[in-house]
Design a binder for this molecule. Sequence first.
Ligand code: PLP
Length: 441
Amino acid sequence: MRSTVPTGETMRHHWLAFTSNRRFHQAPKLVSKAEGIFYHTPQGHKLYDSLSGLWCTPLGHGNRQISEAISHQLSQLDYAPAFNVSHPLAFQLSEQIAGMAPGDLNHVLYCNSGSEAADTALKLARAYWRARGKPEKTKFIGRAKGYHGVNFGGISVGGIGPNRKVYGQTLDAYHLPHTWLTENRFSRGLPQEGDYLADALLQILEVQDASNIAAVMVEPMAGSGGVIVPSSGYLKRLRTLCDQHDILLIFDEVITGFGRMGTVFGADYFAVQPDMLTCAKALTNGIMPMGAVITSRDIYQTMMDQPGDDFMIEFPHGYTYSAHPLACAAAMASLEQLNQPSLMEQVRSLSQVFEDAIHDLKGLPLVEDIRNIGLAGAIQIQSDPAHPTKRASEISALCWDKEVYVRFGGNNLSFAPPFICSKQDIHEIFSRVADAIQQYA
Ligand code: PLP
């Protein structure tokens, strides 16, 4: 079926996700084709993809190995029931993921998105404590500016105000302070200051008591919140405090998982092993929807060792499309490539170029901070106090005109280019972004 470019009223049938639809209708941004690190528009423009889609296509667009794996799988088995039945590829993929995940994170539960992965992990944390005979451990601790998707659990533990305010609080959740500090502005890579911010957990425990807390959930670095990187000892400190107080630690690695920081996981970068790790996005290179929760041996074994009959379901949770065969095929092909040491080496060497190129924009008007880690970075734009997100959104629109797709979130412009881009591509992206900022100011 050929697609036609929508116009006028016909556009309104599609209510765009997480988008100002009214603004979109005034200036629709459409892409109709993608190749490598570029998007093509129906009008014939070719744009750099500076965020790997939505942080999810590190291998670029049109990856032949993945599309061939999907079409082969489609010819063999298009769907398998997710409950009580499975298929061989799901086991192969789980073995592959277990081999890539740190320490004893060896057991994989599948879902279809990062949001579902977050809520799956939260449910499993509660179920685990109940199985351990501590059913009162039900509350969660997240972090300000944290993003764990859009489902009710994720928004409660997440710390982005506008994503929560109209929905109400549905889980008992408390929040650590975010790790953005003025004194760390324009840090290159890991900031100096901030290990002490983890100690805020103790203040929450003083009021809530650890006996009521199931888990702490954080991203190794806050991606959607604007690439806010913690100092090097922060997560270690959080791990120690969680251990001391018998609280599970969950890393949301939906953005950091599979190479974004130059290591397979953010957990590897900081050398801290969580009890559970969520992932999605790069898992299939964004080509098929898939998310996963990877759990420690202790969590898995505790759930398996529950008393009761063998026919009892140990964890009553799952989705019609959990471990979907086409998603498994896409993930196998994606991880075979992302697991190549030479690719991680490439990410680390490009990260240096990326760091220099993004920090070259320091000193431009309205730029109030620049942060980076691995192949991820953000430029923080001074907010217009009356309209906090306006400037970043308008600069992003100018970037589009300069043929670079740039994502804005709050007052940040975020960048996470595909791992397959060249040094020249990175310089070209930031040279166009610099032009856009200067033109706007
Ligand atoms: N968690 C993190 C850290 C994310 O960055 C995202 C999406 O950007 C999610 C969860 C939600 O993922 P999804 O949009 O696939 O539901």
